[in-house]
Ligand binder design. Structure first.
Ligand code: SF4
Length: 393
């Protein structure tokens, strides 16, 4: 009792000492919420065209900074992840990792129909059918692309949501009829039907490749420096092909060169001044099909076409194709040109990844575009677009 009588609050003292001072009362929680909702720092997960609209939101017309929403380059200082663009199965675990690195409390906005549902890529082998299949999303900003004003509206919607949740309101229920329209084959994060093991499944599906998924790393011996050569004459390639035993020069396509002359031809061409490796393109032919369309005599095979060129004015192109047999034991390998042309390294990896051609002697034949342990080669003719690819579809 004595203690209570002796109690002095600085605020009471102020009121007694300075008559006329006005004091407003409020809850500390309201003050914190006000601060929080007016400083929603953004971690931009901008990957494609929607990312451009996201950038425009920071320009003078919308000026998203005026609500304290500063984009941050690190997840550790951000409150809201804005996923603006298409997310592939290879990127998904990286996006999830960045999300996990953001401190609580945190929110996510899916900006644009690609982030929401995969949009017109949703049935494509490489695209995630909506980011909420692997992380929670608080606000969806529809459109293809949504304009910067719509992103601003999404941020304001998020503000309302944060206020409501901090006051104890339950998150707004999702309209089940709406969800049913766009439901992907794997349940979304907020779907009660989602099995608990789904998260682990999805991350495990895109972990680093195991050693047995890669071909042996055989390094092709580097070539000695190609000498300076005299200007080329038109018949260089033709003469060279004849020297290598290739006499058929079809008019409707590149000449067919045996696989065991592929490396030698590339080396000789480089020495003649064809110093730029332009491209390698592989095609898969099922049994009964060939260059000229249906042909019952044709067995299953690959055709791999290489294009190199001279550099400088009056540039010349040289192109040839190697045919690789496919037997019950697998497909024939093609010698890698990575030791001749540095540019062949990643281009051969791309063809291996998408078509399944193996390049013998490649120094590092790993997948390039698909997730490291993706099981298929999606540009093969026998790949069905609706092939199940756990856990994404
Ligand atoms: S929703 Fe449209 S604009 Fe946005 S990333 Fe997808 S295709 Fe591009």
């Amino acid at each position: 009792m004595d203690d209570a009588a002796a109690f002095h609050h600085p605020l009471y003292d102020l009121l007694i000492d300075d008559l006329g001072v006005t004091v407003g009362l409020g809850r500390v929680d309201d003050l914190l919420t006000w601060g929080l909702t007016n400083a929603l720092w953004i971690f931009p997960m901008a990957t494609s065209c929607c990312g451009i609209e996201f950038m425009a939101a920071a320009a003078s017309r919308v000026d998203i900074d005026r609500m304290g929403s500063i984009p941050r380059g690190t997840p550790r200082q951000a409150d809201v992840m804005v996923i603006a663009g298409t997310i592939t199965t290879k990127m998904a675990p990286r996006v999830k990792l960045l999300w996990d690195q953001m401190p609580e409390p945190k929110w996510a906005i899916a900006m644009g129909s690609c982030a929401i549902s995969g949009d017109f890529y949703r049935n494509l082998y490489s695209v995630v059918p909506g980011v909420d299949t692997f992380m929670p999303v608080d606000v969806y900003v529809p459109g293809c692309p949504p304009n910067p004003e719509w992103l601003m509206a999404g941020m304001l919607r998020l503000k309302e949501l944060v206020y409501a949740r901090r006051r104890g309101a339950a998150a707004r229920a999702v309209d089940p009829a709406l969800m049913a329209i766009t439901n992907p084959s794997i349940p979304r994060v907020n779907d009660p039907a989602r099995p608990p093991e789904q998260d682990a499944l999805q991350i495990a599906a895109t972990q680093s490749a195991t050693a047995d998924q890669m071909l042996p790393r055989l390094v092709v011996a580097p070539l000695a420096e190609a000498p300076n050569v005299a200007p080329l004459v038109g018949s260089d390639l033709e003469a060279l092909l004849k020297e290598l035993g290739v006499t058929e020069l079809p008019k409707e396509g590149p000449p067919l060169v045996p696989a065991n002359r592929h490396l030698e031809l590339a080396r000789r061409l480089k020495a003649l001044g064809y110093r730029q490796y332009v491209s390698v393109i592989a095609a898969h032919f099922l049994a009964g099909t060939g260059r000229k369309g249906k042909d019952p005599a044709e067995p299953e095979h690959f055709e791999v076409t290489t294009l190199v060129r001279t550099v400088g004015s009056g540039t010349k192109l040289a192109t040839w194709t190697v045919r690789l047999a496919v037997t019950s034991e697998g497909a024939e390998h093609l010698p890698s040109l990575a030791g001749v042309y540095a540019g062949a390294d990643w281009q051969e990896r791309e063809q291996y990844d998408l078509v399944g051609v193996k390049f013998a002697g490649h120094p590092d034949l790993r997948r390039l575009m698909m997730a490291e342990n993706y099981p298929n080669h999606p540009l093969r003719k026998d790949f069905a677009v609706d092939s199940p690819s756990a856990p994404w579809r």
